[in-house]
Write a protein that binds this ligand. Sequence first.
Ligand code: AMP
Ligand code: MG
Length: 396
Amino acid sequence: MISVEEALSLINNENSFLKKEENLPVSECLGRILAKPIVAPINLPSFRQSVMDGYALCLSDSNQYQVIGEIKAGDSPTHTLKPGKCVRIFTGAAVPEMANAVVMQEKVSIKKDYIQINETPPLNHNIREIGSQNKAGDISLEAGQILNPAGLGFIQSLGIEKLNVYSSLKVSVIVTGNELIQAGQKLEEGKIYESNSLLLQAALKHFEIKNITIIKVEDRLDTTVNAIDQAIKESNIVLVSGGISVGDYDFVGKAMEKLCVDQVFYKVRQRPGKPLFFGKKKETYLFALPGNPASTLSCFYVYVVPLIKKLQGDDGKGLSRFQLPITHRFSTKEPRALFLKAFIEKQRVTILDYQNSSMLISFAKSNALVYIPETKKEYLENELVETLILPNVTIP
Ligand code: AMP
Ligand code: MG
């Protein structure tokens, strides 16, 4: 059995050999990670743009300017301005070559085809210069950048149509257990409604993984071996739920052996999720997650997320961790490290009730996990505790 820190560093040591690239239309790249830097093919803006609705002046000593034409957004300016002349101009329109300031329309008074201004604007006032956001040839975004809506918009504004991003991961989720039935079926004694497949599928979607196959198997060695074997062939990551403990009907460990999966670790000194297994075969990583739903999800957040992030080309750091003051005294006699469902409010964290690994109820209400290392058994009120922020939560 190894410590939480050892387990995390073993995952972190894995070389991210799955970083395959694909070339996709920009519109399909939300949440993807750039595999190559974006080198700007054009200046942004590519012409001098008016920042305001107003008048583009060719500056002179006088406060009066003759209006010799109009340029609206989208027009190509053909006017040749001399000092003392101006054109009516609108936001986003191309400023003619000789114009060297734009004065906003609220600051002028109009007299026939002349405008009067009170003070001479500074040179290049209200003109967005060529390349002021980004020069042609600049590296605008580095490889490794996650593409958010603004990123996609920015890339599109450079006129780029297709991008090199890291391939999205394929994940297979195998749920084991004779007791498991689908919601909608009649609940007979001894059976329970299966929840881990949905829980894992939803958790994976928070990390932009949509290519997910769900497989259900009975507690039998042959079916478990076949399911894992097939999943290894088809996926980058295999998540097996349940069947990794030491019971007579737990066949996942035996199936891993039979399939010659290289074990990286098995069993971590933690609660929940002691019998966690991590291994690999060829280019596929495998986790066997203990079946109790809160253990499954806790192990997913703590151990699977760092691997996913690494394989996606990100930093592999996992969920964000902060030291936060705890709202109450806490002590434990548990020798193992703990991951506890918790709620952050007003920058302080409270450990919730119902921590049993079979219970999802506190997880459903939490926005964080508190990590109690195996070396520390007591916290005073307001003492700092390490807190992992769950993905896609709001922190009040
Ligand atoms: P196991 O890890 O297979 O020993 O399962 C531990 C506990 O988790 C048992 O009470 C199982 O019934 C329960 N469990 C296992 N898999 C699931 C699942 N997919 N959904 C809900 N509960 C499960
Ligand atoms: Mg089981």
